[in-house]
Write a protein that binds this ligand. Sequence first.
Ligand SMILES: O=C(O)CCC(=O)C(=O)O
Ligand SMILES: [Fe+2]
Length: 383
Amino acid sequence: MAPALVDTTTETITETRPTYDFANSGTGAYKVAFNTGPKAFQKDNELQGTEKQPPARYPNYLPVWNNETSVYPPLTPFTHYDHGKDADPSFPNLLKDAKVADLTANTGAEVHGVQLTKLTDKGKDELALFVAQKKVVAFRDQDFADLPIQEALDFGGYFGRHHIHPASGAPKGYPEVHLVHRGAEDTTARDFFEERTNSITWHSDVTYEKQPPGTTFLYLLDGPAAGGDTLFANQAAAYRRLSPEFQKRLHGLKAIHSGIEQANNSRERGGVVRRDPVTSIHPLVRTHPATGEKALFVNPQFTRRIVGYKKEESDFLLNFLYDHIAKGQDFQARVKWAPGTVVVWDNRVTAHSALLDWDDGARRHLARITPQAEPPTETPFES
Ligand SMILES: O=C(O)CCC(=O)C(=O)O
Ligand SMILES: [Fe+2]
């Protein structure tokens, strides 16, 4: 019997459709373009390379999704101490041999001549403050990637309790390391652009947690020869750019941040959900504990609703803020990766976005160490 027309249609669609319904995922949905999961992972391409791409330079950092045998309990509160408060603001330990070049007039710096893992505790205190002030700093020629993974984690642990990501792949035995991994000859980016016009996904990391991260480290393991830069927005400058009247209006408002969509997305992709997803309520404007600076603290990946506002009112205000942040090239910086680069940013006062702009099948592989910080707090409006 000839197959029914409907079957034929279904077959054709199944063959040509991407693995995720990019066309229908809604505004504010989790960043599907970047959530490569176990289904897209091709172990042979990573370990052996492909015709065009070499094997992974750091196979010890390849992702696994089965580090754990069971689901983790909810995160418990802890007292975070921000070491940036103890820093000498002239940075004698951090910058004595450094060459520092600002990335832009108001955001970001690039540093040569410092080996982060050799810093004393005083140097680390200064690092926390320096990054809070600059918002994002690219440290070149670092030894992070070549160290045993535990040593990199021990370094990062100075800055706060390690966050274990609820959904991402991690190196075997090290669930505290969050991996960004797009394998050799991966096609999910091509699939994404079949349905979407750009890949920009501004966010601050895991803001649905009660104590989202502060000083955060991301280091390159493998990357395309050109492309795959990371964008950063200075959320303190974004706040200051607003009129005093508007700033005043934002103070006192709180928003709900949700990890639910990210968890659902991971499940849909055959990935893990290590903890039951949570939501948290945070102030729209938060104050940095070491610098006292105020910064916008909303992002389209995880912020869902302003408490007490009706949906349309909340969307109206949040969309204005997202637009303000996304269009603020005059308070943003763009970091270009190179082998040995460690980028350190302060998630309390920045937003960032990856971008998918290379399509030659090159692998992109980075590791993130994500110390959690204090629960976001707000201090009163000052004119
Ligand atoms: O891949 C990137 O450039 C950034 C990824 C990211 O958002 C993160 O590591 O927090
Ligand atoms: Fe991120």
